[in-house]
Design a binder for this molecule. Sequence first.
Ligand code: FVH
Length: 290
Amino acid sequence: MSSVAVLGLGTMGQALACALLRAGHNVTVWNRTAGKDRALVAKGAIRATSIHDAIRENPIIIVCVLDYSAVHAVLEPVEHELSRRAIFNLTTSTPDEARSMSAWAEARDINYIDAGIMAMPPQVGTNMAFILYSGAAEDAFKENRPLLEAMGKAHYVGADPGLASLLDLAMNGTALGMLGGAVHAITMVSTKGVKAADFTRSLLVPYLNLIAEFIPHLAKQIDSGDYTKDVASKLSQMSIGFATIRKASRDANVSTELLDPLQTLIDRRIASGFPNDELSGIHEELKLSD
Ligand code: FVH
C-alpha cells in the first residue's frame, strides 16, 4: 500500500481520497479551507493542517483543485519541498496550461503527470470511471499505476503533458453538447405534458445509444477526408430536417439557441459546394486558420 497526499477536498478531491482509502492506501488530506476533511478522517485519512505537513511524508501527491491558477497557489509555497516527488495533477486545465505546469515542475525536478478525470464524483472508484494521464514522467505513472487504478481505470496516453487535457476537454465538450441537446428535447416534449423521466428512460437514452453507434462512421470519413463515402444522410437532406426540428421548437415556444449554430455550419458547408457530404463534412468548417 502506498502513502499519498490528496491536495484539494472539493467534491472531486473528496471522492478521489475516499476511493484511495477504500483501496487501503495511507491517505493524507489537505484543503485550503478547514472542515472539508471530517468525513475522510472518520474513514481513516490523516489530517494535515498545513500543506507542508501534507507533503512531508508523502512521495506521491494528487492535486485536484478548481483550476490552473489554484494549482499554482497550492504548489508554489512548497516548491522547494517537492523535488523527486511524483505529482499527479487531476485538476482540469487547458493543454497549454498543462504543458506550462509540466515545464514548471521539470525545472524543480518533480515527476509531473497531468490528468483528465472522465467521471462524475459518485462514479470515482467504480468500474465506470476512467482517468487519462499524460506527461514525460511515464515511469512515475507505471510505478504508481496500482494506486491510480483505485480512482478509476488508468490510461497513459502519451508524453505530451497537454494530451490528456486535450482528450478530456474534447470529450467533455461532446458530453455537454449531448446533455444540452437532451435538455432541449425534454423542454420540447414537456410543452405537451410528457413527463421528462418517462421520456428519457424509455425513448431518449435508448435513441442516443443507437445514434452513438454512428460516430465511428463519421470518424472514418474524417480520417479519410472523404465525407461522401457510404453516406447515410446527406447534408442537403439534413438541413431540411434540422430546419423542421427548429420550426417545431419555435411553434412550441421553445428557443432554438442550442440548435442554431449547427444549422449555420451545415448550411455553410452546403453553400461551399458540398451538399452530398455526410455531417462529418462540417469538420472542414470548424477548422480555423492560425
Ligand atoms: N465535479 C465534477 O463533476 C468534475 C468532474 C470532472 C473533473 N472535474 C474537475 O475537478 C477539479 C475539482 O473539481 P471539484 O468538483 O472538486 O470543485 P469544487 O467542489 O468547487 O472544489 C474546488 C477545490 O479547489 C480549491 N481551491 C480553489 N481555489 C483555490 C486556491 N486558490 N488555493 C487552494 N485551493 C483552492 C477549493 O478549496 P476551498 O475553497 O474549499 O478552500 C476546493 O478544494 C476541477 O478542476 C474540475 O474541473 C470535476
